[in-house]
Design a protein around this ligand. Structure first.
Ligand SMILES: [Zn+2]
Length: 263
């Protein structure tokens, strides 16, 4: 079984003590490809360093909404410069976060729109972070014409919201939240979203799935997400694994076919 972790932060210091062991466990679980999300300039560097020495890793670079107070024209130029490196295959994560509320909403929306614009100019997919900001995220996405090429990561909404996201052409990233027992509205959505539009992720070290909930998450646990999704859909695990892996390679050219990223 081959799985892809389309969203992880294994560059963070939560993995400093056992990063190699965690990567080994991932490979044993069938997770040979991971997208490491650099969410601010310091993290781009760390993710690229990791990419340079670990096979199977690709990098996304962007400015997280919780860091949007750093946003400026110069910052946008920096994102554009790093995004043009061949190892960087997506822009993000960007979006809106009204939960932590670390930056003014208007600045978050401005930084989000600018990064979508950049992704379009560079013909790259982008990764959306949304927390307590369902409407705000849709508002920004709808400022643009046509459909989008990207993913709403760590989806925690209901079926109604999923449909709005799908209508905009986006993929939906499912992670540990679908294993939480109380989230029956999310379970319903996970069962109804067309499998062709789902990618799997861990968001490691955050959002660990049951039975690791509350502890550190790691890429190997994407297998738990796949198992739970198969249960919720009453579908064979292998079908869920194969289809979501195929989706990940379609959404993120260069993630699985690494040669392509190095052209
Ligand atoms: Zn993330």
């Amino acid at each position: 079984m081959q799985l892809v972790d389309t969203h992880c932060h294994i560059d963070l210091d939560a993995f400093d003590d056992d990063r190699e062991a965690a990567l080994d466990r991932a490979r044993h679980a069938g997770v040979e490809h991971m997208l490491v999300i650099g969410f601010e300039p310091e993290r781009w560097k760390a993710a690229l360093e990791l990419q340079g020495r670990v096979p199977g890793i690709a990098v996304a670079a962007g400015l997280h909404p919780n860091s949007a107070s750093q946003f400026s024209d110069e910052m946008l130029d920096e994102i554009a410069t790093v995004a043009k490196r061949p190892e960087v295959i997506a822009i993000g994560e960007t979006g809106v976060d009204c939960y932590w509320d670390n930056a003014p909403l208007e600045l978050q929306k401005q930084a989000f729109a600018a990064q979508i614009d950049l992704a379009r100019q560079l013909d790259m997919p982008f990764i959306i972070h949304q927390r307590d900001a369902e409407k705000e995220v849709l508002d920004v996405l709808r400022q643009f014409s046509g459909t989008h090429r990207g993913v709403l990561h760590c989806f925690t909404g209901d079926w109604h919201y999923a449909q709005e996201v799908l209508d905009l052409g986006l993929y939906i990233g499912l992670g540990g939240a679908i294993t939480f027992k109380s989230r029956t509205d999310l379970h319903e959505a996970a069962a109804k979203i067309p499998l062709e539009r789902i990618v799997l992720e861990t968001d490691s070290p955050f959002m660990a799935p049951v039975p690791h909930r509350g502890k550190r998450n790691e890429p190997a646990y994407v297998a738990r997400v796949a198992e739970r999704l198969a249960e919720l859909r009453d579908a064979p695990l292998l079908e869920v694994a194969d289809t979501t892996t195929c989706n990940a390679s379609q959404l993120f050219p260069g993630l699985i076919d690494n040669e392509q990223a190095n052209l």
